[in-house]
Design a protein around this ligand. Structure first.
Ligand SMILES: [Ca+2]
Ligand SMILES: [Ca+2]
Ligand SMILES: [Ca+2]
Ligand SMILES: [Ca+2]
Length: 243
């Protein structure tokens, strides 16, 4: 009988509560290392995390539905960008994790170079404006693009200038005091639209991209000349999404 001379060596990471998450991982997820089911929903912390569920929120909530440290970056994104789910300013440089990610900087390092590629995609067929960082969708805002007769032109653009407040005047319209305007092609802007609430449902403009106030403010704040603005998808022929 042959003796097994080279027995495999296993290295076990300590898992005090035997829930599938090592004590080290429990620190990363800010779960209780002495309680296998931190949120008491019947599922072990290790099982939840392995399937992208939140170990902090019961009721089948996903990691991307929890923002444990309330910094604007959900727990799934914190894991993706390597920041601490329990600290709003992981690297302690005075800028929040969310703020750094939105500007293309690493929230886990104080290096002052942009490391993540950003992109805005205006999807005419779905009437959405998506903001990507490192290929991951950070925001998915409902939008209203140009009507079928005056569609938002497709192509790739970059921000030309920002105007905090401006008026839009043309044949049959006179709209003063419009906020958060980002010009991406001559006479074509991303901006708010206080005269309707059809964002994400239907087209509504002469070619500009309309957003809700809060959403337009985010784009206004974080976009710069380095961020490509891609307009894609088909303009709904019947104005409404899906037509
Ligand atoms: Ca554990
Ligand atoms: Ca649980
Ligand atoms: Ca967070
Ligand atoms: Ca920071």
């Amino acid at each position: 009988m042959l003796a097994c001379l080279f027995a495999p060596v296993f290295v076990y990471a300590a898992d005090s509560d035997n829930d599938g998450l090592s004590d080290e991982q429990e620190a990363i997820y800010h779960t209780d290392p002495a309680n296998p089911d931190t949120d008491g929903d019947g599922y072990f912390d290790g099982i939840e995390v392995a399937h992208d569920y939140s170990p902090h929120l019961a009721g089948g909530k996903r990691l991307n539905e929890d923002d444990f440290d309330h910094d604007g970056l959900n727990d799934w994104l914190e894991r993706w960008f390597g920041s601490d789910m329990g600290k709003s300013d992981t690297d302690g440089d005075g800028f929040s994790d969310y703020d750094e990610v939105m500007r293309g900087y690493s929230p886990a390092s104080t290096t002052s170079t942009q490391v993540f590629v950003r992109k805005v995609v205006v999807d005419r067929s779905q009437q959405r404006l998506n903001f990507y960082v490192d290929g991951v969708k950070i925001h998915n805002f409902p939008a209203s693009t140009g009507n079928p007769g005056t569609p938002t032109p497709d192509g790739e653009y970059h921000m030309m200038r920002k105007v905090a407040k401006k008026s839009y005047v043309g044949p049959g319209y006179d709209l003063p005091g419009v906020t958060w305007n980002v010009e991406f092609s001559p006479m074509y802007y991303i901006h708010t639209a206080y005269w309707h609430n059809d964002f994400g449902k239907r087209t509504h403009s002469h070619g500009c991209v309309n957003l809700r106030e809060d959403d337009a403010k985010v784009i206004y704040e974080y976009i710069d000349e380095t961020v490509p603005i891609v307009v894609t998808g088909e303009t709904p022929a019947g104005y409404v999404v899906g037509t």
